[in-house]
Design a protein around this ligand. Structure first.
Ligand code: ATP
Ligand code: MG
Length: 580
């Protein structure tokens, strides 16, 4: 279900598992794994894979392993490893005792490689990486055999053992599977299984100077762990034949690899390389920048794990590449927070209101429910009221158009939970900027109740100027301003960074109850959206708020506009290409 319209419990992977359960292939067992390479932080795409793997295991009463695919010592760091563990936990999943590392299997992998060599199924090749590439052929041309392909088993055994012993320089030799250089599937043209690389591994130190390749490691790791369904993304479809070949040659337990379409999300980039570049280049404030769709970024922004899971469930899994509209992610966040976030009042861009007929020294407190739809659910807080208040600058117009129900000269409006007020006078500074609105209130409308004969259509949020708490608010928006920033061959995706992806509202004022907002806590600011007290920048009594998401979909409009812009750029790019 690529459109995400409903949460359908059935999908093609479940159908395969059900079939296996019927025919008894795995004895009714379901064991999956999530196999991240610890070379970056997890993002929303990984979340899809995590929800899928852990979700299937949970639904079928099985287990899901967390396995670090740590076979590339140069790019891997402990920092990434720790973050992955934390992020998968945050998403709400638990692997129990099933935490594994591909590097734990290095000895076994080496033994399996020896077995292939002894069986004449692998050989040591002295060609350089470049020569190997040149020999591989193309989709329409067969490859050429390496001159070293005919080495005897004894010679291969000797050379491979000496590769391991460190007798040869990096890159001078590789171990290759001996399959078929004319195979229609390029993956099967004698793929490399081991390479020489002197690098300190984060777990095995300098014990090894040869490291196994992904295609060799992955299937064997799955086999060792007794995985039943090895679920990966579509780009590994061609590699499935090799997955099966290795396990068949070694004659060991054989899981089923199943491929699904990866998540592509509009207005975002998900490649680790690009995310790293954004962080390293200072285009964002780190991996946890609230605009990044990394798990950390979403968490800091204020997304709940439930909303990320809901999103993943709704978009479902399929076999066809598709692009998901950001609308679905935001909708999941809204749907989840709508049930959980207490309603409070915060004025992002304040303008002062003075209630001229309200006594100077007087103060009142209004008891306002946190969840007006069902007050007992979340209780009440006191909202103080006095002669000086703030309302949102955009909620006033001196010369309003028809149907502007908010504040305008002579037009009565409701201040939420408080009173009906009417603007009598507009005070401006020398430059003609409005600095203050002078209003009168009707003491008979306490609580904001309008008598039957008075039509008051507008209800505004407000904060007492005397009691309100200044709290900077950051309005986050999409990081890119086109739907697919990576789609333009001649233009760098960074050219499409949205300059307004973060707008700071330095003068924002929130109701005093928010002085106690715990870092990380989430609220709905009435009429303004869902906000989260930033977990890092908030201190006791001094919260800093992040906008998690607006209340309504502001995307529909923008997306249409962006899609047109994207189409225009594509046409432009095609034109330049045709000219060139
Ligand atoms: P790379 O291989 O380029 O380093 P990767 O995103 O594939 O990047 P891995 O650590 O290998 O990173 O990913 C772990 C798992 O997450 C893999 O099984 C992969 O299929 C899955 N995954 C990664 N990106 C997505 C995505 N966009 N949608 C769904 N699953 C994904
Ligand atoms: Mg990968």
């Amino acid at each position: 279900m690529a459109t995400g319209e409903s949460a359908s419990p059935s999908n093609f992977i479940r159908n395969i598992i059900d079939e296996h359960n019927r025919n008894g292939r795995f004895g009714g067992k379901v064991e999956t794994r999530f196999p991240p390479e610890p070379n970056g932080y997890l993002h929303i795409g990984h979340a899809k894979s995590i929800c899928l793997n852990f979700g299937l295991a949970a639904d079928y009463g099985g287990v899901c392993h967390l396995r670090f695919d740590d076979t590339n010592p140069a790019k891997e760091e402990q920092e990434y490893l720790d973050s992955i563990i934390e992020d998968v936990r945050w998403l709400g999943f638990d692997w129990g005792e099933h935490l594994y590392y591909a590097s734990n299997y290095f000895d076994q992998l080496y033994e399996f490689a020896l077995k292939l060599v002894k069986g004449g199924k692998a050989y040591v090749d002295d060609l350089s990486a470049e020569e190997i590439r040149a020999h591989r052929g193309t989709l329409i041309e067969p490859g050429k055999d390496s001159p070293y392909r005919g080495r005897s088993v004894e010679e291969n055994l000797d050379l491979f053992q000496r590769m391991k012993a460190g007798e040869f320089p990096d890159g001078s030799r590789v171990l290759r599977a001996k399959i078929d250089m004319a195979h229609p599937n390029l993956v099967m043209r004698d793929p490399t299984l081991y390479r020489i690389r002197r690098a300190v591994h984060h777990r095995t130190g300098d014990k090894w100077c040869i490291y196994p390749m992904y295609d060799f490691t992955h299937c064997i790791s799955d086999s060792i762990e007794g995985i039943t369904h090895s679920i990966c993304t579509l780009e590994f479809e061609d590699n499935r034949v090799l997955y099966d070949w290795v396990l068949d040659q070694l004659d060991i337990y054989h899981p089923q690899q199943i491929e699904f379409a990866r998540l592509n999300l509009e207005f975002a980039v998900m490649s680790k390389r690009k995310l790293l570049e954004l962080v390293k280049g200072g285009y964002v404030d780190g991996w946890d920048d609230p605009r990044m769709l990394t798990i950390r970024g979403m968490r800091r922004r204020g997304f709940t794990p439930e909303s990320v899971r809901l999103f993943c469930e709704r978009i479902g899994v399929g076999k066809k590449e598709s692009w998901i509209d950001m609308y679905w992610l935001e909708k999941a966040v809204r749907d989840d927070l709508n049930e959980k976030a207490p309603r409070v009042m915060g004025v992002l861009d304040p303008i002062k209101v003075v209630i001229t007929n309200y006594p100077e020294e007087m103060e009142e407190k209004f008891e306002a429910p946190y969840f007006p739809d069902n007050p007992p659910a979340m209780g009440y807080r006191d909202v103080p009221f006095c002669r000086e208040l703030y309302i949102e600058r955009e909620d006033f117009m001196e010369d309003p158009p028809k149907k502007f129900w908010r504040m305008a000269p002579g037009q009565e409006v409701r201040l939420r939970w408080a009173y009906l007020v009417t603007c009598q006078e507009v005070v401006k500074d020398d430059r003609g900027e409005i600095v203050e609105l002078r209003c009168t209130y009707d003491p008979e409308t306490k609580g904001g109740w309008a008598p039957d004969d008075r039509k008051v259509k507008g209800t505004l949020h407000w904060v007492s100027a005397r009691h309100g708490l200044r709290a900077p608010v950051r309005l986050y928006d999409r990081l890119f301003s086109v739907a697919n920033p990576g789609a333009f061959k001649d233009r760098d995706y960074k050219e499409f960074l949205n300059p307004e992806s973060m707008v700071l509202m330095p003068d924002a004022v929130v109701e005093p109850s928010l002085a106690g907002a715990a870092p990380g806590s989430r609220y709905q600011f009435e009429r303004k959206g869902f906000f989260c007290a930033d977990p890092l920048d908030s201190t006791e009594g001094a919260p800093v708020f992040n906008r998690i998401v607006t209340l309504r979909d502001s995307w529909a409009k923008i997306v249409e506009q962006q899609k047109r812009e994207t189409a225009r750029l594509e046409r432009e790019a095609r034109k330049t290409k045709n000219k060139g």
